[in-house]
Design a protein around this ligand. Structure first.
Ligand SMILES: Cc1cc2nc3c(=O)[nH]c(=O)nc-3n(C[C@H](O)[C@H](O)[C@H](O)COP(=O)(O)OP(=O)(O)OC[C@H]3O[C@@H](n4cnc5c(N)ncnc54)[C@H](O)[C@@H]3O)c2cc1C
Length: 537
Protein backbone atom coordinates (compact mmCIF):
# COMPACT_ATOMS: atom_id res chain seq x y z
CA UNK A 1 0.00 0.00 0.00
CA UNK A 2 2.83 2.38 0.61
CA UNK A 3 3.82 4.58 -2.27
CA UNK A 4 6.95 6.56 -1.49
CA UNK A 5 8.22 8.64 -4.37
CA UNK A 6 11.48 10.61 -4.73
CA UNK A 7 11.42 13.92 -2.86
CA UNK A 8 11.04 16.97 -5.11
CA UNK A 9 13.16 20.01 -4.47
CA UNK A 10 10.45 21.39 -2.20
CA UNK A 11 11.19 24.70 -0.49
CA UNK A 12 10.74 25.24 3.23
CA UNK A 13 7.14 25.12 4.40
CA UNK A 14 5.94 22.87 1.53
CA UNK A 15 4.01 19.71 2.33
CA UNK A 16 2.94 16.84 0.13
CA UNK A 17 1.17 13.50 0.52
CA UNK A 18 3.39 10.54 -0.28
CA UNK A 19 0.68 7.92 0.05
CA UNK A 20 0.09 5.52 2.89
CA UNK A 21 2.45 3.71 5.25
CA UNK A 22 2.03 0.30 6.77
CA UNK A 23 1.97 0.52 10.55
CA UNK A 24 4.91 -1.18 12.13
CA UNK A 25 7.18 -0.83 9.12
CA UNK A 26 9.66 1.39 10.99
CA UNK A 27 8.71 0.50 14.56
CA UNK A 28 6.22 2.43 16.67
CA UNK A 29 7.20 5.17 19.05
CA UNK A 30 7.12 4.39 22.75
CA UNK A 31 3.70 5.22 24.12
CA UNK A 32 1.96 5.23 20.73
CA UNK A 33 -0.70 2.62 20.28
CA UNK A 34 -1.88 1.30 16.91
CA UNK A 35 -5.64 1.70 16.52
CA UNK A 36 -7.86 -1.36 16.78
CA UNK A 37 -8.88 -0.68 13.19
CA UNK A 38 -5.24 -0.58 12.20
CA UNK A 39 -4.89 -4.25 13.12
CA UNK A 40 -7.08 -4.93 10.09
CA UNK A 41 -6.36 -2.01 7.76
CA UNK A 42 -2.79 -1.28 8.85
CA UNK A 43 -2.36 1.89 6.81
CA UNK A 44 -2.12 5.55 7.72
CA UNK A 45 -1.37 8.55 5.52
CA UNK A 46 2.30 9.35 5.05
CA UNK A 47 3.17 12.95 4.25
CA UNK A 48 6.41 14.81 3.67
CA UNK A 49 7.25 18.44 4.25
CA UNK A 50 10.26 20.69 4.14
CA UNK A 51 11.15 23.19 6.86
CA UNK A 52 13.95 25.60 7.57
CA UNK A 53 14.03 25.10 11.35
CA UNK A 54 12.27 22.53 13.51
CA UNK A 55 12.17 22.61 17.30
CA UNK A 56 11.29 19.35 19.07
CA UNK A 57 9.69 19.89 22.49
CA UNK A 58 8.12 23.00 24.02
CA UNK A 59 9.51 23.24 27.56
CA UNK A 60 12.22 25.61 28.78
CA UNK A 61 14.76 24.83 26.06
CA UNK A 62 12.08 24.70 23.35
CA UNK A 63 10.30 27.88 24.41
CA UNK A 64 13.47 29.96 24.45
CA UNK A 65 14.65 28.48 21.14
CA UNK A 66 11.35 29.11 19.33
CA UNK A 67 11.09 32.71 20.49
CA UNK A 68 14.64 33.66 19.59
CA UNK A 69 14.44 31.96 16.16
CA UNK A 70 11.21 33.78 15.42
CA UNK A 71 12.60 37.13 16.51
CA UNK A 72 15.52 36.55 14.14
CA UNK A 73 13.01 36.14 11.30
CA UNK A 74 13.23 32.34 11.00
CA UNK A 75 10.02 30.51 10.19
CA UNK A 76 9.92 27.68 12.70
CA UNK A 77 7.91 24.51 13.19
CA UNK A 78 7.62 23.34 16.80
CA UNK A 79 6.65 19.69 17.34
CA UNK A 80 5.18 18.80 20.73
CA UNK A 81 3.80 15.39 21.67
CA UNK A 82 1.47 16.77 24.36
CA UNK A 83 -1.60 18.99 24.48
CA UNK A 84 -2.32 22.62 25.24
CA UNK A 85 -3.84 23.20 28.69
CA UNK A 86 -5.53 26.62 28.94
CA UNK A 87 -6.10 28.04 32.41
CA UNK A 88 -8.11 30.86 33.98
CA UNK A 89 -9.93 31.63 37.23
CA UNK A 90 -11.86 28.54 38.35
CA UNK A 91 -10.98 26.59 35.21
CA UNK A 92 -11.18 22.82 35.48
CA UNK A 93 -8.49 22.07 32.93
CA UNK A 94 -6.26 20.02 35.22
CA UNK A 95 -7.22 17.09 37.46
CA UNK A 96 -7.11 17.58 41.22
CA UNK A 97 -5.08 15.39 43.56
CA UNK A 98 -8.16 14.16 45.43
CA UNK A 99 -9.76 12.94 42.22
CA UNK A 100 -7.00 12.20 39.76
CA UNK A 101 -8.02 11.05 36.29
CA UNK A 102 -6.59 10.19 32.87
CA UNK A 103 -5.47 13.78 32.28
CA UNK A 104 -2.66 13.20 34.78
CA UNK A 105 -0.60 10.60 32.91
CA UNK A 106 1.03 10.15 29.53
CA UNK A 107 -0.54 7.12 27.81
CA UNK A 108 -0.74 4.76 30.77
CA UNK A 109 -3.89 3.36 32.38
CA UNK A 110 -2.90 4.64 35.84
CA UNK A 111 -0.62 7.26 37.32
CA UNK A 112 2.83 5.81 37.86
CA UNK A 113 3.43 8.19 40.78
CA UNK A 114 3.30 6.12 43.99
CA UNK A 115 0.15 6.72 46.01
CA UNK A 116 -1.91 8.29 43.21
CA UNK A 117 -5.05 6.11 42.91
CA UNK A 118 -7.25 5.19 39.96
CA UNK A 119 -7.23 3.48 36.57
CA UNK A 120 -8.51 4.85 33.28
CA UNK A 121 -8.33 4.66 29.51
CA UNK A 122 -4.85 5.88 28.44
CA UNK A 123 -4.70 9.54 27.44
CA UNK A 124 -2.09 12.02 26.28
CA UNK A 125 -1.93 13.40 29.80
CA UNK A 126 0.48 15.57 31.71
CA UNK A 127 3.25 13.48 33.24
CA UNK A 128 5.31 10.77 31.59
CA UNK A 129 6.98 8.32 33.92
CA UNK A 130 10.16 6.85 32.47
CA UNK A 131 11.20 3.69 34.28
CA UNK A 132 14.95 3.16 34.45
CA UNK A 133 17.06 0.65 36.27
CA UNK A 134 17.48 2.13 39.78
CA UNK A 135 15.69 5.39 38.97
CA UNK A 136 12.22 6.55 37.92
CA UNK A 137 11.94 9.85 36.03
CA UNK A 138 8.77 11.95 36.06
CA UNK A 139 8.67 14.61 33.34
CA UNK A 140 6.23 16.89 31.55
CA UNK A 141 4.32 16.02 28.38
CA UNK A 142 2.43 19.16 27.36
CA UNK A 143 2.74 22.45 25.52
CA UNK A 144 5.04 24.26 27.95
CA UNK A 145 6.78 21.04 29.02
CA UNK A 146 7.58 20.70 32.71
CA UNK A 147 6.58 24.31 33.38
CA UNK A 148 2.92 23.31 33.61
CA UNK A 149 3.30 20.97 36.55
CA UNK A 150 6.52 22.30 38.14
CA UNK A 151 6.36 24.23 41.39
CA UNK A 152 8.18 27.07 39.69
CA UNK A 153 11.22 27.26 41.96
CA UNK A 154 13.45 29.54 39.91
CA UNK A 155 16.90 29.45 41.50
CA UNK A 156 20.19 30.66 40.08
CA UNK A 157 23.30 28.82 41.30
CA UNK A 158 26.35 30.67 42.59
CA UNK A 159 29.37 30.82 40.31
CA UNK A 160 31.22 28.24 42.42
CA UNK A 161 28.37 25.72 42.45
CA UNK A 162 27.62 26.29 38.75
CA UNK A 163 31.24 25.42 37.95
CA UNK A 164 31.13 22.29 40.09
CA UNK A 165 28.07 20.97 38.22
CA UNK A 166 28.90 22.25 34.75
CA UNK A 167 32.69 22.65 34.49
CA UNK A 168 32.72 22.89 30.70
CA UNK A 169 30.47 26.00 30.83
CA UNK A 170 32.17 27.64 33.82
CA UNK A 171 33.77 30.32 31.64
CA UNK A 172 30.31 31.50 30.59
CA UNK A 173 29.03 32.19 34.10
CA UNK A 174 29.81 35.89 34.02
CA UNK A 175 27.77 36.57 30.88
CA UNK A 176 24.98 34.27 32.06
CA UNK A 177 24.87 36.16 35.34
CA UNK A 178 24.86 39.60 33.73
CA UNK A 179 22.55 38.96 30.78
CA UNK A 180 20.80 35.62 30.54
CA UNK A 181 19.66 34.68 34.05
CA UNK A 182 18.13 38.19 34.31
CA UNK A 183 16.51 37.75 30.87
CA UNK A 184 14.79 34.57 32.07
CA UNK A 185 13.74 36.23 35.33
CA UNK A 186 12.12 39.05 33.33
CA UNK A 187 10.30 36.72 30.94
CA UNK A 188 8.93 34.55 33.76
CA UNK A 189 8.18 37.59 35.97
CA UNK A 190 9.62 35.96 39.05
CA UNK A 191 9.10 37.25 42.59
CA UNK A 192 9.12 35.92 46.14
CA UNK A 193 6.06 35.44 48.33
CA UNK A 194 4.72 38.80 49.58
CA UNK A 195 4.56 39.34 53.35
CA UNK A 196 0.76 39.67 53.45
CA UNK A 197 0.38 36.20 51.90
CA UNK A 198 3.09 34.55 53.98
CA UNK A 199 1.25 35.80 57.08
CA UNK A 200 -1.97 33.91 56.24
CA UNK A 201 -3.22 30.58 57.63
CA UNK A 202 -2.33 28.36 54.64
CA UNK A 203 1.30 29.48 54.90
CA UNK A 204 1.68 28.54 58.59
CA UNK A 205 3.86 25.56 57.64
CA UNK A 206 6.13 27.82 55.55
CA UNK A 207 6.60 30.13 58.56
CA UNK A 208 7.23 27.08 60.73
CA UNK A 209 9.99 25.99 58.30
CA UNK A 210 11.54 29.47 58.45
CA UNK A 211 11.56 29.23 62.27
CA UNK A 212 12.95 25.72 62.57
CA UNK A 213 15.42 25.53 59.67
CA UNK A 214 18.00 27.97 61.13
CA UNK A 215 18.06 25.90 64.31
CA UNK A 216 18.75 22.87 62.11
CA UNK A 217 21.78 24.68 60.65
CA UNK A 218 20.27 26.16 57.48
CA UNK A 219 20.51 29.69 56.12
CA UNK A 220 16.95 30.29 54.92
CA UNK A 221 15.66 32.20 51.93
CA UNK A 222 12.42 32.89 50.07
CA UNK A 223 12.22 31.12 46.73
CA UNK A 224 11.76 33.19 43.54
CA UNK A 225 8.63 31.95 41.74
CA UNK A 226 6.88 32.76 38.42
CA UNK A 227 3.60 33.59 40.15
CA UNK A 228 1.14 36.47 39.97
CA UNK A 229 0.33 36.60 43.68
CA UNK A 230 -3.01 38.29 43.05
CA UNK A 231 -4.30 34.86 42.05
CA UNK A 232 -3.29 33.56 45.47
CA UNK A 233 -5.07 36.51 47.04
CA UNK A 234 -8.13 35.58 44.94
CA UNK A 235 -8.09 32.14 46.52
CA UNK A 236 -7.55 33.52 49.99
CA UNK A 237 -10.60 35.79 49.73
CA UNK A 238 -12.74 32.99 48.31
CA UNK A 239 -13.09 34.20 44.71
CA UNK A 240 -11.24 31.20 43.27
CA UNK A 241 -11.17 27.52 44.17
CA UNK A 242 -8.00 26.53 46.07
CA UNK A 243 -5.01 25.39 44.08
CA UNK A 244 -2.07 27.51 45.31
CA UNK A 245 -3.39 27.73 48.86
CA UNK A 246 -3.59 23.95 49.33
CA UNK A 247 -0.57 23.11 47.11
CA UNK A 248 -2.75 21.16 44.67
CA UNK A 249 -0.12 21.89 42.01
CA UNK A 250 1.42 18.66 40.78
CA UNK A 251 -1.06 18.33 37.93
CA UNK A 252 -1.15 22.02 37.04
CA UNK A 253 -2.56 25.31 38.32
CA UNK A 254 -6.15 25.70 37.16
CA UNK A 255 -6.70 29.31 38.18
CA UNK A 256 -3.82 30.72 36.16
CA UNK A 257 -1.41 33.36 37.37
CA UNK A 258 1.51 31.03 36.72
CA UNK A 259 3.96 32.39 34.17
CA UNK A 260 4.65 29.02 32.59
CA UNK A 261 6.43 28.64 29.25
CA UNK A 262 3.20 28.30 27.23
CA UNK A 263 1.96 31.73 28.30
CA UNK A 264 5.35 33.51 28.22
CA UNK A 265 8.04 32.38 25.78
CA UNK A 266 5.73 30.35 23.52
CA UNK A 267 2.95 32.92 23.47
CA UNK A 268 5.51 35.57 22.44
CA UNK A 269 6.96 33.22 19.81
CA UNK A 270 3.54 32.49 18.30
CA UNK A 271 2.62 36.18 18.38
CA UNK A 272 5.40 36.87 15.86
CA UNK A 273 3.45 34.80 13.31
CA UNK A 274 6.61 32.83 12.49
CA UNK A 275 6.18 29.86 14.85
CA UNK A 276 3.71 27.07 14.18
CA UNK A 277 3.13 24.69 17.11
CA UNK A 278 1.89 21.21 16.18
CA UNK A 279 0.57 19.28 19.18
CA UNK A 280 0.15 15.50 19.46
CA UNK A 281 3.22 15.10 17.24
CA UNK A 282 5.59 12.46 18.60
CA UNK A 283 9.06 12.49 17.07
CA UNK A 284 10.13 8.89 17.10
CA UNK A 285 13.33 8.97 15.05
CA UNK A 286 15.86 11.38 13.64
CA UNK A 287 17.98 10.52 10.62
CA UNK A 288 20.33 12.06 8.10
CA UNK A 289 19.39 11.41 4.47
CA UNK A 290 21.72 10.82 1.52
CA UNK A 291 21.75 14.56 0.79
CA UNK A 292 22.87 15.17 4.42
CA UNK A 293 19.54 16.76 5.33
CA UNK A 294 17.93 16.19 8.73
CA UNK A 295 14.81 14.03 8.61
CA UNK A 296 12.35 13.80 11.50
CA UNK A 297 10.09 10.75 11.53
CA UNK A 298 6.93 11.83 13.30
CA UNK A 299 3.71 10.16 14.43
CA UNK A 300 0.63 12.36 14.69
CA UNK A 301 -1.62 10.74 17.26
CA UNK A 302 -5.02 11.41 18.81
CA UNK A 303 -5.62 11.92 22.53
CA UNK A 304 -6.04 8.15 23.04
CA UNK A 305 -2.55 7.70 21.61
CA UNK A 306 -3.84 6.16 18.38
CA UNK A 307 -1.72 6.79 15.30
CA UNK A 308 -3.41 9.10 12.78
CA UNK A 309 -0.69 10.04 10.33
CA UNK A 310 3.00 9.55 9.70
CA UNK A 311 5.16 12.48 8.67
CA UNK A 312 8.65 12.85 7.27
CA UNK A 313 9.81 16.35 8.00
CA UNK A 314 13.01 17.46 6.31
CA UNK A 315 14.82 20.37 7.92
CA UNK A 316 17.91 22.49 7.51
CA UNK A 317 18.25 22.77 11.28
CA UNK A 318 16.83 20.66 14.11
CA UNK A 319 16.77 21.89 17.71
CA UNK A 320 16.22 18.97 20.09
CA UNK A 321 14.45 20.19 23.23
CA UNK A 322 12.54 17.06 24.23
CA UNK A 323 13.93 17.20 27.77
CA UNK A 324 16.66 15.02 29.22
CA UNK A 325 14.89 11.67 28.76
CA UNK A 326 13.29 12.65 25.44
CA UNK A 327 16.33 14.07 23.67
CA UNK A 328 18.70 11.43 25.04
CA UNK A 329 16.45 8.60 23.88
CA UNK A 330 16.17 10.07 20.38
CA UNK A 331 19.94 10.39 20.01
CA UNK A 332 20.81 7.02 21.59
CA UNK A 333 18.34 5.42 19.16
CA UNK A 334 19.76 7.34 16.20
CA UNK A 335 23.27 6.15 17.00
CA UNK A 336 22.32 2.53 17.72
CA UNK A 337 20.28 2.24 14.50
CA UNK A 338 22.93 4.16 12.55
CA UNK A 339 20.32 6.70 11.47
CA UNK A 340 22.85 9.44 12.16
CA UNK A 341 26.33 8.05 11.56
CA UNK A 342 29.14 9.32 13.74
CA UNK A 343 27.23 10.59 16.75
CA UNK A 344 29.63 11.17 19.68
CA UNK A 345 30.33 8.28 22.06
CA UNK A 346 29.29 10.55 24.94
CA UNK A 347 25.63 10.47 23.79
CA UNK A 348 23.74 8.58 26.52
CA UNK A 349 26.23 9.37 29.29
CA UNK A 350 26.56 11.72 32.26
CA UNK A 351 22.97 11.55 33.39
CA UNK A 352 21.95 12.55 36.92
CA UNK A 353 18.94 13.17 39.16
CA UNK A 354 19.97 16.59 40.54
CA UNK A 355 20.19 14.76 43.87
CA UNK A 356 16.41 14.79 44.46
CA UNK A 357 15.17 13.23 47.69
CA UNK A 358 11.66 13.65 49.09
CA UNK A 359 11.02 13.28 52.83
CA UNK A 360 7.74 13.27 54.72
CA UNK A 361 8.18 14.87 58.13
CA UNK A 362 5.45 13.58 60.44
CA UNK A 363 4.36 14.36 63.98
CA UNK A 364 6.52 17.39 64.67
CA UNK A 365 5.95 19.74 67.61
CA UNK A 366 4.52 23.14 66.75
CA UNK A 367 1.74 24.66 64.70
CA UNK A 368 1.91 23.85 60.97
CA UNK A 369 -1.68 24.84 60.17
CA UNK A 370 -4.44 22.81 58.57
CA UNK A 371 -3.75 23.52 54.89
CA UNK A 372 -0.36 24.03 53.28
CA UNK A 373 0.00 26.79 50.73
CA UNK A 374 2.37 26.68 47.79
CA UNK A 375 4.24 26.73 45.51
CA UNK A 376 7.34 25.79 47.50
CA UNK A 377 8.19 29.29 48.71
CA UNK A 378 10.84 28.81 51.40
CA UNK A 379 14.13 26.94 51.55
CA UNK A 380 17.53 26.84 53.14
CA UNK A 381 21.19 26.03 52.52
CA UNK A 382 24.11 24.89 54.66
CA UNK A 383 27.16 27.12 54.24
CA UNK A 384 30.42 25.23 53.83
CA UNK A 385 28.91 21.82 53.12
CA UNK A 386 31.45 19.58 51.32
CA UNK A 387 28.73 18.79 48.79
CA UNK A 388 26.38 21.73 48.21
CA UNK A 389 22.67 21.09 48.64
CA UNK A 390 19.37 22.88 49.22
CA UNK A 391 16.41 21.87 51.36
CA UNK A 392 12.95 23.26 50.67
CA UNK A 393 9.46 22.86 52.08
CA UNK A 394 6.87 21.87 49.49
CA UNK A 395 3.28 21.93 50.72
CA UNK A 396 1.44 18.63 51.01
CA UNK A 397 -1.89 18.74 49.14
CA UNK A 398 -3.24 15.65 50.88
CA UNK A 399 -3.01 15.63 54.68
CA UNK A 400 -3.70 12.55 56.83
CA UNK A 401 -7.42 12.34 57.73
CA UNK A 402 -6.53 11.32 61.30
CA UNK A 403 -4.98 14.75 61.86
CA UNK A 404 -1.33 13.56 61.96
CA UNK A 405 0.84 16.53 61.24
CA UNK A 406 2.78 16.10 57.97
CA UNK A 407 5.09 18.29 55.89
CA UNK A 408 6.98 17.49 52.70
CA UNK A 409 10.63 18.47 52.84
CA UNK A 410 12.81 17.99 49.76
CA UNK A 411 16.58 17.95 49.34
CA UNK A 412 18.60 18.28 46.15
CA UNK A 413 22.23 19.01 45.33
CA UNK A 414 25.29 18.32 43.26
CA UNK A 415 25.81 14.72 42.08
CA UNK A 416 28.27 12.69 40.08
CA UNK A 417 26.44 12.11 36.78
CA UNK A 418 26.80 8.34 36.80
CA UNK A 419 23.67 7.45 34.84
CA UNK A 420 23.94 5.93 31.34
CA UNK A 421 21.39 5.10 28.62
CA UNK A 422 21.59 2.08 26.33
CA UNK A 423 19.49 1.07 23.35
CA UNK A 424 17.12 -1.89 23.67
CA UNK A 425 16.11 -3.27 20.26
CA UNK A 426 13.14 -5.17 21.71
CA UNK A 427 11.42 -1.93 22.74
CA UNK A 428 13.12 0.30 20.15
CA UNK A 429 13.93 2.65 22.99
CA UNK A 430 16.82 3.59 25.25
CA UNK A 431 16.84 2.73 28.95
CA UNK A 432 18.56 4.46 31.85
CA UNK A 433 20.77 2.68 34.35
CA UNK A 434 21.47 4.77 37.44
CA UNK A 435 24.50 4.06 39.59
CA UNK A 436 23.54 5.01 43.15
CA UNK A 437 27.17 5.92 43.86
CA UNK A 438 26.34 9.07 41.93
CA UNK A 439 24.46 10.64 44.83
CA UNK A 440 25.25 8.38 47.81
CA UNK A 441 27.54 10.88 49.55
CA UNK A 442 25.04 13.70 48.99
CA UNK A 443 22.17 11.63 50.36
CA UNK A 444 24.14 10.88 53.53
CA UNK A 445 24.48 14.63 54.12
CA UNK A 446 20.83 15.33 53.33
CA UNK A 447 19.65 12.53 55.64
CA UNK A 448 21.81 13.90 58.47
CA UNK A 449 20.38 17.39 57.96
CA UNK A 450 16.82 16.03 57.96
CA UNK A 451 17.63 14.41 61.32
CA UNK A 452 18.64 17.85 62.61
CA UNK A 453 15.07 19.02 61.93
CA UNK A 454 13.66 16.23 64.08
CA UNK A 455 16.19 16.98 66.85
CA UNK A 456 14.95 20.58 66.88
CA UNK A 457 11.19 20.03 66.53
CA UNK A 458 10.54 16.30 67.06
CA UNK A 459 8.63 13.88 64.88
CA UNK A 460 10.04 11.50 62.34
CA UNK A 461 11.51 11.98 58.84
CA UNK A 462 10.42 9.31 56.36
CA UNK A 463 12.51 8.94 53.22
CA UNK A 464 9.77 8.56 50.60
CA UNK A 465 12.31 7.58 47.94
CA UNK A 466 13.93 4.81 49.99
CA UNK A 467 12.21 1.99 48.10
CA UNK A 468 11.75 3.48 44.68
CA UNK A 469 14.17 6.27 43.89
CA UNK A 470 12.63 8.89 41.65
CA UNK A 471 13.36 12.34 40.29
CA UNK A 472 11.49 15.34 38.91
CA UNK A 473 14.80 16.88 37.79
CA UNK A 474 16.26 14.64 35.08
CA UNK A 475 19.45 16.16 33.67
CA UNK A 476 22.10 15.01 31.23
CA UNK A 477 22.52 12.29 28.64
CA UNK A 478 23.98 14.59 25.94
CA UNK A 479 26.69 16.39 27.92
CA UNK A 480 28.20 19.76 27.05
CA UNK A 481 31.87 19.54 26.18
CA UNK A 482 31.62 15.89 25.14
CA UNK A 483 28.53 15.33 22.98
CA UNK A 484 27.69 18.98 22.22
CA UNK A 485 29.78 22.14 22.36
CA UNK A 486 29.04 24.88 24.90
CA UNK A 487 26.28 26.23 22.63
CA UNK A 488 24.57 22.90 22.14
CA UNK A 489 25.90 22.09 18.66
CA UNK A 490 26.12 18.30 18.33
CA UNK A 491 29.81 17.62 17.70
CA UNK A 492 30.52 16.78 14.08
CA UNK A 493 26.93 17.44 12.95
CA UNK A 494 26.14 20.80 11.42
CA UNK A 495 22.57 21.98 11.92
CA UNK A 496 21.77 19.70 14.87
CA UNK A 497 21.41 21.38 18.26
CA UNK A 498 20.53 20.32 21.82
CA UNK A 499 19.41 23.16 24.09
CA UNK A 500 17.45 21.48 26.89
CA UNK A 501 18.28 19.78 30.18
CA UNK A 502 19.94 16.83 28.45
CA UNK A 503 23.13 18.83 27.89
CA UNK A 504 23.58 19.55 31.62
CA UNK A 505 25.59 16.74 33.25
CA UNK A 506 23.43 15.63 36.15
CA UNK A 507 22.85 18.66 38.38
CA UNK A 508 22.52 22.43 38.36
CA UNK A 509 24.63 23.70 41.26
CA UNK A 510 22.31 22.70 44.13
CA UNK A 511 19.36 24.50 42.49
CA UNK A 512 16.28 23.29 40.64
CA UNK A 513 17.12 23.11 36.93
CA UNK A 514 14.63 25.22 34.99
CA UNK A 515 16.30 28.61 35.31
CA UNK A 516 19.71 27.29 34.30
CA UNK A 517 18.25 25.36 31.35
CA UNK A 518 16.52 28.52 30.12
CA UNK A 519 19.51 30.82 30.75
CA UNK A 520 21.88 28.48 28.90
CA UNK A 521 19.38 28.29 26.03
CA UNK A 522 19.20 32.09 25.88
CA UNK A 523 23.00 32.35 25.79
CA UNK A 524 23.38 29.62 23.16
CA UNK A 525 20.64 31.01 20.93
CA UNK A 526 22.35 34.40 20.91
CA UNK A 527 25.58 32.72 19.74
CA UNK A 528 23.86 30.42 17.24
CA UNK A 529 21.92 33.27 15.64
CA UNK A 530 25.11 35.33 15.44
CA UNK A 531 27.31 32.58 14.03
CA UNK A 532 25.12 29.97 12.28
CA UNK A 533 22.19 31.89 10.80
CA UNK A 534 22.38 31.87 6.97
CA UNK A 535 25.72 29.98 7.15
CA UNK A 536 24.06 26.78 8.46
CA UNK A 537 20.30 27.35 8.14
C1 LIG B 1 6.11 17.84 39.09
C2 LIG B 1 7.37 18.57 38.73
C3 LIG B 1 7.81 19.61 39.54
C4 LIG B 1 8.98 20.31 39.20
N1 LIG B 1 9.34 21.41 39.94
C5 LIG B 1 10.37 22.18 39.53
C6 LIG B 1 10.67 23.43 40.13
O1 LIG B 1 10.00 23.86 41.08
N2 LIG B 1 11.70 24.17 39.64
C7 LIG B 1 12.46 23.73 38.59
O2 LIG B 1 13.40 24.42 38.20
N3 LIG B 1 12.19 22.57 37.99
C8 LIG B 1 11.17 21.80 38.41
N4 LIG B 1 10.87 20.65 37.74
C9 LIG B 1 11.76 20.23 36.64
C10 LIG B 1 11.53 21.05 35.37
O3 LIG B 1 10.18 20.99 35.01
C11 LIG B 1 12.42 20.48 34.27
O4 LIG B 1 13.77 20.53 34.70
C12 LIG B 1 12.27 21.28 32.98
O5 LIG B 1 10.93 21.31 32.56
C13 LIG B 1 13.13 20.67 31.89
O6 LIG B 1 13.13 21.54 30.79
P1 LIG B 1 13.48 21.01 29.34
O7 LIG B 1 13.37 22.13 28.38
O8 LIG B 1 14.76 20.26 29.42
O9 LIG B 1 12.37 19.90 29.02
P2 LIG B 1 10.77 19.84 29.33
O10 LIG B 1 10.29 21.06 30.03
O11 LIG B 1 10.57 18.53 29.96
O12 LIG B 1 10.18 19.86 27.87
C14 LIG B 1 10.35 18.79 26.99
C15 LIG B 1 9.15 18.74 26.07
O13 LIG B 1 9.43 17.84 25.00
C16 LIG B 1 8.28 17.06 24.73
N5 LIG B 1 8.74 15.80 24.13
C17 LIG B 1 9.46 14.80 24.71
N6 LIG B 1 9.71 13.83 23.83
C18 LIG B 1 9.13 14.20 22.66
C19 LIG B 1 9.05 13.60 21.38
N7 LIG B 1 9.65 12.41 21.13
N8 LIG B 1 8.36 14.24 20.41
C20 LIG B 1 7.76 15.44 20.65
N9 LIG B 1 7.82 16.05 21.86
C21 LIG B 1 8.51 15.45 22.85
C22 LIG B 1 7.64 16.87 26.08
O14 LIG B 1 6.26 16.57 25.96
C23 LIG B 1 7.90 18.21 26.75
O15 LIG B 1 6.85 19.12 26.54
C24 LIG B 1 9.72 19.94 38.06
C25 LIG B 1 9.28 18.89 37.24
C26 LIG B 1 8.12 18.21 37.55
C27 LIG B 1 7.66 17.12 36.62
Amino acid sequence: MSAPVPAPAAGPGRRRVLGAAAIGGLGLAVGVRPSRASARIAVVPLTESRERAVVVGSGFGGGVTALRLAQAGVRTLLLERGLRWPTGPNATTFPRIANVDRRSAWLTDHSMIPGVPGTWKPYTGLIETVQGDGMTINCGAAVGGGSLMYHGMTLQPSEEFFARSMPSAAGDYDVLNRLYYPAVARMLKISTIPADILATGPYTSSRFFLDVAPQAGLRTFKVPLPVDWNYVRGELDGRYAPTYTNSDLTFGVNNGGKHSIDVTYLAAAEATGRVRVETLHVVRDLSLDAAKRWVLHVDRIDTDGVLQERKRIIADAVFLNAGSPGTTRLLVKARAKNLVPGLPDAVGTRWGNNGDRIYAWAGMNGDIGTAQGGPACVGGRVDGSPIPYTIIHAGSPLLPPDGTKLMTVVGFGIVEPKGAWTYDATTDDAKLTWDTDGDAALQTLVRARMNEFTKVAGGVMIDRDAQNTSTWHALGGVPMGEAVDRHGRVLGHQGLYVLDGSRIPGSTGACNPSMTIAALAEHSMAAILRQDLVRVF
